[in-house]
Ligand binder design. Structure first.
Ligand SMILES: *Cc1c(COP(=O)(O)O)cnc(C)c1O
Length: 411
């Protein structure tokens, strides 16, 4: 970033050179406490690194939660966004833009042949799932099957298909007619899907539940069960999609055709954008006037998505995510640390399972040591590094990991 650009952000936001403590004090007074107390205040990012307001540098192994897959301040993304915003920054959805249409074509081509799928653009994963939920109502049925451990967002509709009672219970009543079955168990699905079922909604890997990977044939079995009852198969790839696991979309890689697919997180590399894709008959279930969004399809967001796809293709990052993911598993396994019971996931979405519920303390120790990771469950550490991370950077974290685990007892 240029000195002039930094001067503008500093003048508007007042972050540095004041330091983290002063910003956090203002945060507590002015921001709702839904996220708890933030652990750091970040002021700058470049590639796989971010810097806090006290000048400390961190290796970002979480990518703002599976979002900045190309790292921070990527030159191609920056050029695309600035050129689009300088040309045309926004129009309403009464009008179309070339960027929006081009991104719709790129995304639909990932799931179907031309003309067989259509997109509704949003600004987040939650909204993509809300659009999907409304599509399911177009079937004339209301019953939705979701899974234990599922996470689909925090709005009332997305919450209705999210499992965690801590998230749900304070906000009852939620939209009803949702049945939860154990994840990864096709027999459990077969037992509840019937001719009243509108849709089955599944994550190909449960990210928020601790990077839980189902059996290899799970999505294909779910497809067959849905087909037997005329139910829609709705795949939530908000966390797994857009290259994170080494393919554009996990379910497509598994040879499964969905009726509805939602993506978001990695799509804009941090520029807010989500998309709900509807295939085949599902593409005809929401007509004119049935849904809307002011920001969905914004040309700057759309150009960000197009630039992300172009860079991932140009730089061979799908293959790279696969290879780096395997390297990470091999290196962590080779540590033979008694507290590490396994490494699960796919590509660069990984969960390190621990023998005891110490993951939050290990994540805190990692942060103090300059590594950003998180603990989606008490006994799981999650890594979702940028796809541009180097092998040396991953090895640096793995080398530090035993001390981070051993250190947590002293915290
Ligand atoms: C993060 C996430 C969402 C919600 O996306 P937001 O952009 O936070 O609204 C939905 N589904 C899955 C699987 C997610 O990981």
């Amino acid at each position: 970033m240029t000195a002039a650009a930094m001067a503008i952000t500093h003048q508007l936001a007042g972050a540095t050179p004041v330091g983290s403590a002063a910003v956090l004090q203002r945060y507590r007074r002015s921001v709702l406490p839904t996220f708890g107390v933030p652990k750091r205040v970040f002021v700058r990012g470049e590639g796989v690194h971010v810097w806090d307001a006290d000048g400390d540098k961190y290796l970002d192994l979480l990518s703002g939660l599976a979002v900045t897959a190309l790292g921070h301040a990527h030159p191609t993304i920056l050029a695309a966004i600035t050129s689009q915003i300088a040309t045309l920054g926004h129009v309403s959805n009464f009008f179309a833009t070339p960027a929006q249409v081009a991104l719709a074509e790129r995304l639909t081509a990932m799931v179907a042949a031309p003309g067989e799928a259509k997109v509704f653009f949003t600004s987040s994963g939650t909204e993509a799932n809300e659009a999907a939920f409304k599509i399911t109502r177009g079937t004339g049925r209301t019953k939705i099957i979701s899974t234990e451990g599922a996470f689909h967002g925090r709005s009332l509709g997305a919450l209705a298909i999210t499992h965690n009672p801590k998230y749900r219970d304070p906000f009852a009543p939620l939209p009803g007619d949702v049945v939860f079955v154990p994840y990864g168990d096709p027999a459990a699905l077969a037992a509840v899907v019937d001719d009243q079922t509108a849709a089955v909604v599944l994550e190909p890997i449960q990210g928020e539940n601790g990077v839980v990977v189902p059996p290899a044939d799970y999505l294909a079995r779910a497809r067959a069960i849905c087909d037997a009852h005329g139910a829609l198969l709705w795949i939530d790839e908000v966390q797994t999609g857009m290259g994170r696991t080494g393919s554009w979309l996990v379910h497509v890689d598994a040879g499964v055709r969905a009726d509805i697919v939602t993506v978001a997180k990695g799509l804009g590399n941090g520029f807010p954008i989500g998309a709900c894709l509807a295939l085949d008959g599902a593409a005809g279930l929401l007509g004119p006037g049935s849904h809307g969004s002011t920001f969905g399809g914004n040309p700057v967001a759309a150009i960000a998505g197009l630039a992300v796809i172009a860079v991932i293709e140009r730089d061979g990052l799908l293959q790279r995510a696969k290879e780096l993911g395997e390297l990470l598993v091999a290196e962590i396994t080779a540590l033979n640390h008694p507290m590490i019971t396994g490494v699960r996931g796919r590509g660069l979405l990984r969960g390190i399972t621990l023998a005891q519920p110490i993951a939050a303390r290990v994540a805190d120790a990692a942060l103090d040591a300059g590594f950003i990771v998180n603990a989606p469950r008490p006994d799981v550490l999650r890594l979702a590094p940028p796809l541009i991370v180097t092998t040396d950077q991953l090895r640096g974290f793995v080398a530090a990991l035993p001390a981070l685990i051993d250190d947590r007892g002293h915290r």
